[in-house]
Each structure stands twice: as structure tokens, then as C-alpha cells.
Design a binder for this molecule. Structure first.
Ligand SMILES: CC(C)(COP(=O)(O)OP(=O)(O)OC[C@H]1O[C@@H](n2cnc3c(N)ncnc32)[C@H](O)[C@@H]1OP(=O)(O)O)[C@@H](O)C(=O)NCCC(=O)NCCS
Length: 426
């Protein structure tokens, strides 16, 4: 590992300290060769004061126990009917998996506890069919979970629910993870699966605001495939329940978890709660991030060079587009009040996040600002993104005469020969 990697990781630490991540691990991952590495990563998160609770599934193991014993299981994932013998299989599978997780955590010197924090009641009859031992999460004993987490104990939560009368029910682990994350007010819910992330019609979703995911689920839920639709639904519910970030990652990849948590462009899928609020005014501490962000574009002469002090002088003009608290884009709106004009400047989107509409959102954002300020015209100067401003932003070609006098003077001095683009806001 390079020292710069470590620096890259360290920048995330303050925002995650004392925060809770809920990891929802598919049963198939617990028996995967990479599981030991995943638990090592969990230990690393704990060492950085990030509290991690583990929820696990068991369907793959129920399936294999059923095959081994030549038993016909009535359901695998806790969504259908659980008959008595299937509940038996679920208990065996879940207990075995919990134990394996506890073993793995001990191997990493982590204290852990198997819990009975899911209070459930029977689902009952649906469409006239009694679901027998399938349970529905009624409540989560968040107090117990919080006290374990506060003592540095990793809670391990199996896909089983308990009622007050000593009965056990099989519950779906995605639903458990959602309820636990909600009750713990988790910062992240991370589904650890054997797929690369959420795929829709074969296309990996890298990042998506929850509203878009809800739309996809409404229009074409089948596109997620039967194995991932539950993750998509629970990811959407989690974001809507106030969990800002839901990730779906591949637990068989060595860097799956850390790569997702500690990088601007994770390997899996990120569903986030609300995109708009993540365009925000830049603060003094963001100046370095802006300089770093635009460095490449300045070198390629796409953007004009700016120094720390030039940005600081007009810091109030700058806005940042953040995903998961990481700046991935920026824009500035310089206002010329006398001419009632505004200039869109320093528009930049990190190459890792290009072609996702972020540039357009930033342009729209400053246009809205300009309208709020009652400006009559927007200007943009560009050497290499002229058609972008025209086709995506609705700008038309203007001339240097459109520039306010002070700006015109700098334009003439710069020798960049940028093209002038204008958009009337009236
Ligand atoms: C220009 C830039 C801001 C676009 O950001 P983005 O978030 O990738 O753009 P969007 O997702 O909103 O739009 C993508 C579309 O614009 C097109 N596009 C991207 N850069 C373009 C450019 N320089 N010229 C023309 N079209 C461009 C893409 O091909 C894509 O087209 P499609 O939707 O028809 O497939 C980004 O590429 C960038 O930062 N470039 C370097 C800096 C720069 O030139 N800034 C503008 C000068 S102030």
C-alpha cells in the first residue's frame, strides 16, 4: 500500500467516527474464501471507531442443508411459507453461520455477541395461505444493540425473530438489516452479496439517487432479477427511512468493502437519499479539494488556472457537488450586478463521475441561483466544452462584446481565445 492511499483513507475518518454501519451479509458470503478478509476489514473499521453491526442471511445454507438431507424446504429466504421442518433447517443454518462469524471475529480479536434483538410476530395468512413460522419484524431491541456497540462488542444478528412466548420465527435478513439500520440510525447500510452490485437489465448501477431507484422499481422491477429485487426494494426503503447511504457490494472481492467505504468511486452500487442537498456552497476548508478536483482540467487547459487565493477571494461564488460527502464536482457563479449578468465558471466533474448528469445538475443549480438573483443573462467561457454548454445547457454562441467591461479586459489579456456563450434568463 502506498502512503498516499493511507492519506486518502484518513480523510474519511472524521466523518465516520462513532458512526454506525450495518453490514447485511448474505449467507453465501460467510462460507466464501474471502470472508476472512471481510472480517479483517470489519476489524479495521472498528479500529477507526466506526461501529459495525452484522446481520446475516442463511438461504444458501438452508438450500444446501435441504439438499443434503433430501428435505423439501418450503421456503429459503424467509419471505414464503416456513413449515416446521424448514424452520428447523433455518435454525441449524443460522446458528452455524452465527457461530462461524463469531469465530472469525475472535480471530481478529474482536469481541462479539450473538443476539436475540429481533422481536417478531407471525406473518399469518396472506391470500388465504398460512405462512406458519415465517415472521415479520415487529421491533428491534435497539437498546441492547446500542449498549453492545458502546462497549465495543460486535452484535451478530441472525435472520430469526423471537416473540414474547419463547417462539422463534424465520425472518428475511434484508428486512432485519433495514429494521436494525433504521433503529440504530446507521450512517450506512451495506448489503454484502455475491453480485457486483445492483444490476438492472444487466447494467451495473454505480450511483443512483433513491427517487430514481423508486422509479425503476415502479416501472421495471423485473429488470433487477429475482435475486436482487429484494436488495433494491430494501435499499429504497432504507433511504426513505432516513439512512443516507445504502451500498450493495460484492463480498467475494478482496477490496469490496474498503474500496466502497473509502473511495470516491466504489466498486459496487451506492443508493443515496437526496442528491440536491449535496450541491452546497463551498467553505474555506473546501478550497484544497476544489484545487485538487480541477487540477487535471487545468493541465488539459479546459479550465483556467486558479490559485488558492483567487478562489478564497470569491469563495461565496463556488459550489460543490458531493456524493457521500466527497466532492466530485464544482461550479462557480460570478455575478456582475451592474450588467445583471452572471458567469458560469469552473464547471468541473471528476472523470470518475462523468456522464451521470452531474454537470447538467450543476449548470441547472447555478441557473436557478441566477434567476433567484434576478439576473438577466448567463455567460460561459469555454475552450473545449462549447457544444456541451449549447446542447446540454441551452446556451448559444455570443461574442466578447457580451462580456461586462471588467471581464472583457481580462478576456483580452488571457489570450485563451475562449468562445463566449450566452443564455438569456428572461
Ligand atoms: C464538461 C463536463 C462538466 C461535463 O460533465 P458531466 O457530468 O460528465 O456531463 P453530463 O453528465 O451532464 O452530460 C454528459 C453529456 O455531455 C457530453 N459532453 C461531456 N463533455 C463534453 C464536452 N467537453 N463537449 C461536448 N459534450 C460533452 C457527453 O458526451 C454526454 O453526452 P450524452 O448525454 O449525449 O451522452 C465535464 O466533462 C468536465 O468537467 N470537463 C472538463 C472541464 C470543462 O471543460 N469544463 C467546462 C468549462 S467551464
Amino acid at each position: 500500500m502506498k502512503l498516499t492511499d493511507l492519506r486518502g483513507i484518513l480523510q474519511y475518518i472524521p466523518q465516520f467516527r462513532e458512526k454506525t454501519f450495518v453490514l447485511a451479509i448474505d449467507g453465501s458470503i460467510v462460507t466464501d474464501d474471502n470472508f476472512a478478509t471481510l472480517l479483517l476489514d470489519v476489524a479495521l473499521l472498528w479500529s477507526l471507531n466506526i461501529r459495525v453491526a452484522l446481520v446475516h442471511g442463511a438461504s444458501a445454507q438452508i438450500r444446501s442443508l435441504a439438499d443434503d438431507g433430501k428435505i423439501e424446504a418450503s421456503d429459503f429466504d424467509g419471505t414464503g411459507v416456513t413449515d416446521a421442518q424448514t424452520l428447523d433447517l433455518a435454525l441449524t443454518a443460522a446458528n452455524r453461520l452465527t457461530h462461524e462469524i463469531l469465530e472469525g471475529l475472535s480471530a481478529n480479536d474482536l469481541r462479539a455477541a450473538s443476539t436475540n434483538v429481533i422481536i417478531a410476530h407471525p406473518v399469518g395468512s396472506l391470500h388465504g395461505v398460512d405462512h406458519l413460522f415465517t415472521g415479520k419484524v415487529e421491533r428491534v431491541d435497539a437498546e441492547l444493540l446500542q449498549s453492545l456497540l458502546a462497549q465495543g462488542v460486535v452484535p451478530v444478528i441472525p435472520p430469526l425473530g423471537f416473540d414474547g412466548d419463547g417462539k422463534t420465527y424465520r425472518v428475511n435478513s434484508d428486512g432485519v438489516a433495514l429494521a436494525v439500520a433504521e433503529q440504530l440510525k446507521a450512517t450506512k447500510l451495506i448489503f454484502v452479496t455475491s453480485r457486483d452490485g445492483l444490476l438492472h437489465r444487466g447494467q451495473l448501477i454505480r450511483q443512483m439517487p433513491v427517487a430514481e431507484l423508486v422509479g425503476l422499481l415502479q416501472d421495471d422491477a423485473a429488470g433487477f432479477g429475482s435475486d436482487m429485487v429484494s436488495k433494491a426494494q430494501h435499499a429504497a426503503s432504507a433511504c426513505r427511512a432516513g439512512i443516507p447511504r445504502v451500498h450493495v457490494i460484492n463480498g467475494t472481492l478482496e477490496e469490496g468493502l474498503l474500496g466502497e467505504v473509502f473511495s470516491n468511486h466504489g466498486l459496487g452500487t451506492l443508493i443515496y437519499a437526496n442528491e440536491y442537498e449535496y450541491i452546497r456552497a463551498a467553505k474555506k476548508k473546501d478550497v484544497r479539494a476544489i484545487l485538487l478536483l480541477i487540477k487535471q482540467a487545468v493541465e488539459a487547459e479546459e479550465l483556467v488556472k486558479r490559485t488558492k487565493s483567487t478562489i478564497e477571494k470569491s469563495l461565496g461564488d463556488y459550489y460543490i457537488f458531493e456524493i457521500d460527502k466527497n466532492p466530485v464536482g464544482c461550479v462557480a457563479l460570478h455575478v456582475y450586478p451592474e450588467q445583471s449578468k452572471g458567469e458560469v465558471a469552473c464547471l468541473y466533474v471528476a472523470s470518475s463521475h462523468e456522464n451521470q448528469g452531474i454537470g447538467r445538475k450543476l449548470m441547472q443549480f447555478v441557473e436557478n441561483k441566477a434567476r433567484e438573483l434576478g439576473l438577466r443573462q448567463l455567460l460561459a467561457l469555454s475552450t473545449q466544452a462549447v457544444t456541451y454548454f449549447q446542447s446540454k445547457g441551452g446556451f448559444v454562441e455570443g461574442t466578447p462584446d457580451n462580456l461586462p467591461p471588467a471581464r472583457r479586459e481580462r478576456y483580452d489579456q488571457s489570450g485563451r481565445n475562449s468562445r463566449v456563450l450566452i443564455k438569456d434568463l428572461a
